[in-house]
Design a binder for this molecule. Structure first.
Ligand code: FES
Length: 105
């Protein structure tokens, strides 16, 4: 397991910096990755993993945003053709990337 911290004290001997730096620098040993967090961080993390050799269809992002009814009724969780409460909320990156790139979705 690889861990990084934003700021280290004197007792920390691991990596320091944003996680994307670690994801690009360290060898990826996992077959699949699930990424959560703010969308900008998920996008940066997924790109770092792909730059490090992981295929897009092995990456998943958690898009649990704008949930309201949770039963595919209100439409607040809509992302393009997806209702995230019904079709996600975890979506494979090769499907999510295009939808997340469109503003206002
Ligand atoms: S939360 Fe209402 S449709 Fe998904």
């Amino acid at each position: 397991m690889h861990t990084t911290v934003d700021m280290a004290d004197r007792t920390w001997h691991g990596a320091v910096g944003v996680v994307t730096t670690l994801l690009e620098r360290e060898p990826v040993t996992a077959d699949i990755a699930f990424v959560c967090g703010p969308e900008a961080m998920m996008t940066a993390s997924v790109r770092a993993l792909m730059n490090n050799g992981m295929p897009a269809d092995h990456l998943y992002v958690s898009l649990e945003r704008n949930m309201h009814c949770g039963i595919a009724h209100c439409g607040r969780c809509q992302l393009g053709p997806l209702l995230l409460c019904r079709d996600g909320a975890v979506v494979r990156w090769d499907r999510a990337a295009e939808l997340m790139a469109v503003r206002g979705r």
